[in-house]
Write a protein that binds this ligand. Structure first.
Ligand SMILES: Nc1ncnc2c1ncn2[C@@H]1O[C@H](COP(=O)(O)OP(=O)(O)OP(=O)(O)O)[C@@H](O)[C@H]1O
Ligand SMILES: [Mg+2]
Length: 150
């Protein structure tokens, strides 16, 4: 695990951007953290790193798709309670598809998360400060985590 300390929304976006620049086809990022932690801010940066823009929260629509260097599928699992719901909604077709997937409230669909992924947990430590814990599973993600924090 690597911990990154962010002192502003812009710094969180910049970390997301550096990760987005390094993701490949099938890339998967699982986001954890309370309401207002900065998950969507992180995704805005990640999208920028993929060459996409216009990110808004998909809380009510469950998924937004953006066009960048690769397609970006941005999910919000806040309102999902059972992994069966995500299965019925066909999330897995996106997860193992040709784009990059990022999921807010990933703990709500833990059972269907790909094993190789980047887990990112954002904890608020003050009004403008956040601790961002990066936990990679799989060698490609270890490389990314080292590059963006080293
Ligand atoms: N260092 C920081 N990193 C990210 N956001 C920050 C930071 N400092 C302050 N903020 C503020 O925290 C809020 C983060 O909101 P955001 O919508 O990204 O959270 P979220 O985790 O996606 O919440 P939700 O669970 O409701 O989707 C914004 O208002 C942002 O300006
Ligand atoms: Mg959000």
């Amino acid at each position: 695990m690597v911990v990154f300390r962010s002192n502003s929304e812009e710094e969180t976006e910049r970390l997301g951007c550096r990760i987005g620049e390094r993701l490949d086809k099938g890339g998967f990022v699982a986001l954890y953290g309370e309401l207002g932690a900065g998950k969507t801010a992180f995704v805005r940066g990640l999208a920028a790193g993929l060459g996409a823009e216009g990110v808004t929260s998909p809380t009510f629509t469950l998924m937004h798709e953006y066009e960048g260097r690769l397609p970006l599928y941005h999910f919000d699992a806040y309102r999902l309670t059972y992994k069966e719901e995500a299965e019925e909604l066909g999330f897995e077709e996106y997860f193992f598809g040709n784009g990059v997937s990022v999921v807010e409230w990933a703990e709500n669909i833990r059972g269907i998360l790909p094993h190789e992924r980047l887990d990112i947990e954002i904890t608020s430590t003050g009004e403008h400060t956040r601790e961002i814990a990066i936990r990679p599973s799989g060698s490609g993600y270890w490389k990314i985590a080292a590059e963006v924090t080293g």
